[in-house]
Design a protein around this ligand. Structure first.
Ligand code: ADQ
Length: 749
């Protein structure tokens, strides 16, 4: 049926083509023949000229007529006539057509009614007569000195029609033959190539081995199918991503298996307060902010370094404690490290080596071999702890961040059937930069023990794939975005992290106007003050110095903000043992002092530096009080402060000014995105934010809130765990096939 439709279309197409061609052929041949006849007329006249001239007078009419009759012996000349200069007939052949008699041709050869004969010009035309088409030419005759009159020749053109009809018939036949031949060839070619494609497709579906020409196509198809399946699977479990939905997803895909998290930072730190009481602190850490709600939703075990001064006494003998306090939905397993181990593994290799290596923030990485030895020991300790905590031989283990690059392989050595997902919370540098790490291959090999390796952005995934390609002997599967080592593959995927939605801390928070009033009162600011806020661990990657310089530039350029705008920086001291962080602390402090000196007064402080850890309710109170939040990271994997600010603004007010070097800038495009190094750009953005209309703020904030609410941390975890579940299913099937094959081979043997 399809072939018939195809044939009909082909024939119709060729028919149209034939018709067009025949019109063209008709026009062209007619033009050729007319020119041919015109030449013939001139030739005939030239040949008979001498005879005609000698007989051109009324006295020699009979002889003249005989010469004209002789001219018509050419079968194509129907008639000839000789006209005198006064346009009376001298002589004509017997059947000379009436319409072309001398007196009728006068007007066409004369330039004006009374024009002298020597100004006549030759004339020719194709005319239709009842008997057929003729070509008429009227040629002025002279004896070299004076004009004798007109020679009129009438040519028969019917032969043109005959030839034209013949040419058309031939053309039709030729096109008809061509159509049939072309259809046949096309059909055969199409059938052959279709057969080869369907054979290839069948072979691919049977064996799973795709031929090279399918590869680009299959990659797209695979990605699309995966996306649709993930979305469909999650849709089936209902609407927006919530803790309940994450739990359902886990039950559905992983049969409710418990998840083990390995992270350096613990979500709850028990410390001795000054009065001797034990207090619980929530550390300032993006990783904790993101993972804690996931663990509350999934349950399981979080293995972390017990770093609080009261951690040991609050945990049991094996370092276990149920958290969150009062809710107890999962277990925190604390691992104890010696001071040297903490120094070498955490401050040394992780934070003086890998942290500056992965961030473009112009801090030189420091690599010491004793630090790396501690890093190895601690990674082994955590891998050992994972093995002791799990209750099956194929657990799901989520290894977090750059503190545990070696752990995935160490865990796999102990639990070969585990599904290990490693998430790298910071950027991954390009391969040249990464290559300067003296243990780059150990780090890569360690990470490749994971089944899935996650980064915030595709860009960081690509950097990782390139590093593995350049520095290791392995195969990069660009179709799957995977690295294959000794038959085992590690998928490399982007999973942009986010925050819980709605944020738990906001459930009991005061409404934004109250938060604003309390913050203004706390800081002694006027009710109409404009407030900017920055919230960070005091880290050189966060661009706190650049942020304060932008505030200074704003006050320099726009005096109207002096006395009215104050920037509040909540800065949690971080990694203070490291010299670079001590320098930063100093630098930020002197910068704030300088700006306050330059632009402040007795009652006005442009920069308010609150250098201590703040518990989340305070942080959110400040977010709600601010007119603008400035996130100025010089390089940041994602940056959750930006998302928290958006989440805090239920009133749809406030403007986010966001560094283009954060992962968040790719998602929160309605923020005012700036280059934090460019102080003109940044100070202009601050001025724009502080003068932005309420409507504009609302539109931008609403759009960002919709995004963060949908792309929240439950979705992040859900996508990763669904991918893990799919991988487990595939591995189980492959395992079953391998076992089956092994048994078959054994039985044959
Ligand atoms: P971090 O570098 O820790 O995270 P970020 O994502 O900004 O950075 O998260 C910081 C968290 O600490 C936020 O929840 C914030 O509220 C809190 N915080 C900051 N300053 C504080 C203060 N002074 N007092 C109290 N709390 C404070 C790393 C990567 C990021 C990535 C996260 C998650 O560097 O790029 O977004 O992991 O993957």
């Amino acid at each position: 049926m399809r072939a018939i439709r195809f044939l009909l279309a082909l024939v119709l197409g060729l028919g149209l083509l034939t018709w067009g061609a025949s019109v063209l052929v008709h026009r062209t041949t007619n033009a050729w023949f007319e020119r041919d006849v015109s030449l013939r007329a001139q030739l005939a006249m030239a040949t008979a000229r001498e005879t005609l001239v000698s007989r051109w007078s009324r006295d020699k009419r009979v002889a003249l007529r005989a010469a004209l009759v002789a001219l018509t012996h050419d079968e194509r000349i129907l008639g000839a006539a000789a006209c005198a200069p006064d346009l009376t007939l001298l002589a004509a052949t017997p059947d000379f057509p009436e319409p072309f008699r001398c007196e009728k041709l006068g007007p066409v050869v004369q330039s004006a009614p009374e024009a002298a004969p020597d100004s006549w010009s030759p004339w020719e035309s194709v005319e239709r007569l009842p008997g057929g088409t003729v070509h008429v030419s009227a040629i002025p005759m002279s004896d070299g000195e004076r004009l004798l009159g007109l020679l009129v020749l009438v040519h028969d053109m019917s032969f043109v029609e005959r030839r034209d009809a013949l040419a058309r018939r031939f053309l039709l036949l030729a096109f008809g033959f061509l159509s049939v031949a072309a259809s046949a060839v096309t059909l055969v070619a199409a059938r052959l190539s279709w057969r080869s494609w369907s054979n290839e497709l069948r072979r691919f579906l049977r064996t799973g081995k795709e031929p090279p020409e399918f590869r680009p196509l299959m990659r797209d198809v695979r990605e699309l199918v995966e996306r649709i399946v993930t979305e469909r699977e999650s849709e089936g479990e209902g609407g927006a991503w919530t803790p309940q939905r994450l739990k359902l997803t886990l039950n559905h895909h992983l049969h409710g298996e418990r998840v083990v998290i390995v992270a350096n930072r613990e979500p709850y730190v028990h410390s001795h307060a000054k009065d001797g009481r034990v207090e619980v602190l929530h550390p300032a850490s993006g990783l904790v902010t993101a993972l804690e709600p996931v663990m509350r939703a999934c349950s399981g075990t979080w293995i972390a370094h017990g770093s609080g001064s009261a951690d040991r006494e609050t945990a049991d003998r094996r370092g276990h404690i149920k958290v969150p306090p009062g809710e107890e939905s999962y277990t925190l397993r604390r691992v104890w490290l010696s001071r040297e181990e903490e120094q070498g593994y955490y401050y040394g290799f992780a934070n003086e080596g890998l942290w500056p290596l992965c961030h473009i923030a112009h801090a030189r990485p420091v690599f010491r071999s004793e630090d790396f030895r501690h890093y190895q020991t601690v990674n082994e300790r955590f891998a050992e702890t994972v093995a002791s905590e799990v209750d099956s031989d194929d657990p799901i283990v989520l290894v977090q961040d750059y503190h545990f690059a070696l752990a995935p392989r160490l865990i796999r050595e102990r639990l070969p059937r585990a599904t290990v997902i490693m998430f790298w919370h910071i950027p991954w540098p390009n391969s040249e930069l990464f290559g300067i790490c003296p243990w780059s291959t150990e780090i890569l090999n360690g990470m490749l023990g994971a089944s899935i390796l996650g980064f915030h952005t595709q860009f960081h995934c690509n950097n990782f794939l390139d590093s593995a390609d350049r520095l290791l002997e392995n195969r990069i599967d660009r179709e799957q975005n995977a690295i294959v080592q000794q038959g085992r593959s590690t998928l490399v995927r982007p999973y942009p992290i986010s925050i819980e939605w709605p944020v738990g801390w906001l459930a009991t928070a005061a409404p934004p106007p109250e938060c604003r009033a309390s913050v203004l009162a706390e800081l002694g600011l006027a009710p109409d003050a404009l407030v900017g806020v920055g919230v960070d661990r005091l880290d050189y990657t966060k661009g706190v110095e650049e942020r304060l310089l932008a505030v200074e530039r704003l006050l320099d350029r726009f005096p109207a903000f002096r006395g009215r705008f104050s920037f509040v920086q909540l800065a949690a001291p971080s990694r203070t043992v490291i010299e670079r962080y001590q320098q930063l602390n100093q630098a930020v402090e002197s910068l704030a002092a300088r700006i306050n000196e330059r632009h402040g007064t007795r009652d006005y402080k442009p920069v308010v530096l609150l250098r201590r850890h703040h518990e989340p309710p305070t942080v959110f109170r400040y977010y709600r009080a601010a007119d603008v939040c400035y996130v100025s990271s010089l390089h940041d994997g994602m940056n959750l402060v930006a998302k928290e600010f958006v989440a805090a603004r239920e009133d749809e007010r406030g403007v986010l000014v966001l560094s283009q070097f954060t992962g968040a800038a790719r998602e929160l495009t309605e923020a005012l995105v700036v280059n934090p190094y460019d102080l003109e750009d940044a100070s202009s953005a601050l001025a724009t934010a502080l003068t932005m209309s309420a409507d504009e703020q609302r539109v931008r904030m609403r759009s960002m809130r919709t995004f963060v609410s949908e792309f929240n941390v439950y979705r992040w975890a859900g996508r990763m765990l669904v991918d893990a579940a799919r991988l487990r299913r595939r591995e189980r099937l492959t395992g079953r096939l391998t076992d089956h094959l092994g048994a078959a081979v054994e039985s044959i043997g």
